[in-house]
Design a binder for this molecule. Structure first.
Ligand SMILES: Nc1ncnc2c1ncn2[C@@H]1O[C@H](COP(=O)(O)OP(=O)(O)OP(=O)(O)O)[C@@H](O)[C@H]1O
Length: 247
């Protein structure tokens, strides 16, 4: 089966820093993958390489089997790669619904009148799916952080992406907000969305992901079944600095 997205021996250097040092991985259709690692291990650089914001020093990126190493961020977006960023990036001055519409209106399928109508329907459906339809006419700044994050995910899924990359979507959230995001991601997974979740809290991804990648010093330390991978002594020591994942 063709991977939705594949990295082959990716290396990224920033001056003398080897941010990513020979990472190969494949994201399979319909799976929720998690990429975990300590601060500075290269997680964001990997995601930026996938979404074509960073050009690798070496290696190749494939999206749906096509080499997109030389493509720009807009091209991979048009080809079905959506992402969210560590910091929330919603447009102030637009309502929640207008923000979500931005996620579909720029796609080639939204150019005709019928396409624009379908885009509006897709935006409304995404608002419902992320349980933010009740705040559709509100300005994002007036909303709690966890709700803003769900609006951002709604914008990303409105365009029916082939793959969704989420860079630390629960960073800085309360336990309740984390639970809400976890429920939303679980629903997307059940709907068959292919996802990569970047996270530094191993416990958060354990119950949620189907496949775990562990990054350390820019290299893939381990990958596979989440519980089995998290239990590996090398992962415990490198990632947690201790012997066992606390309950
Ligand atoms: N634009 C840049 N210029 C120089 N060095 C960079 C740049 N971006 C990242 N780095 C360095 O590359 C390494 C990997 O950084 P990256 O942000 O990818 O790690 P991360 O695992 O996402 O970290 P965090 O969990 O803190 O977000 C770090 O040493 C970082 O300082």
């Amino acid at each position: 089966m063709t991977a939705v997205l594949e990295l082959r021996d990716i290396k990224v250097r920033f001056g003398g820093v080897k941010a990513v040092d020979g990472v190969s991985l494949a994201l399979e259709p319909g799976h929720l993958h998690a990429l975990v690692g300590p601060n500075g291990s290269g997680k964001t650089t990997v995601v930026n390489t996938m979404s074509r914001l960073v050009t690798p020093t070496d290696g190749q990126v494939f999206l749906g089997g096509q080499d997109v190493t030389a493509a720009g961020p807009h091209e991979v977006y048009r080809r079905g790669l959506a992402r969210t960023f560590q910091g929330i990036r919603l447009v102030e001055g637009l309502t929640v619904r207008e923000n979500v519409l931005l996620g579909v209106q720029e796609l080639p399928t939204a150019r005709s009148r019928a396409g624009r109508r379908r885009a509006a329907e897709a935006a409304d459906e995404a608002l419902e799916r992320m349980d933010v339809h009740h705040v559709a006419q509100v300005a994002p700044a007036a909303l709690p952080y966890g709700v803003q994050r769900r609006v951002e995910i709604a914008r990303a899924v409105a365009g029916a992406p082939k793959i969704l990359l989420l860079d630390e979507p629960v960073a800085g959230m309360s336990a309740g907000e984390r639970q809400e995001i976890s429920a939303v991601l679980g629903r997307l997974r059940d709907d068959g969305m292919t996802m990569l979740l970047i996270e530094h809290d191993l416990r958060f991804v354990l119950g949620l992901s189907d496949h775990l990648f562990v990054l350390n010093f820019g290299q893939l330390l381990a990958a596979g079944d989440p519980a089995a991978t998290a239990a590996l002594p090398a992962v415990q020591e490198a990632f947690l600095g201790r012997k066992h994942v606390p309950a």
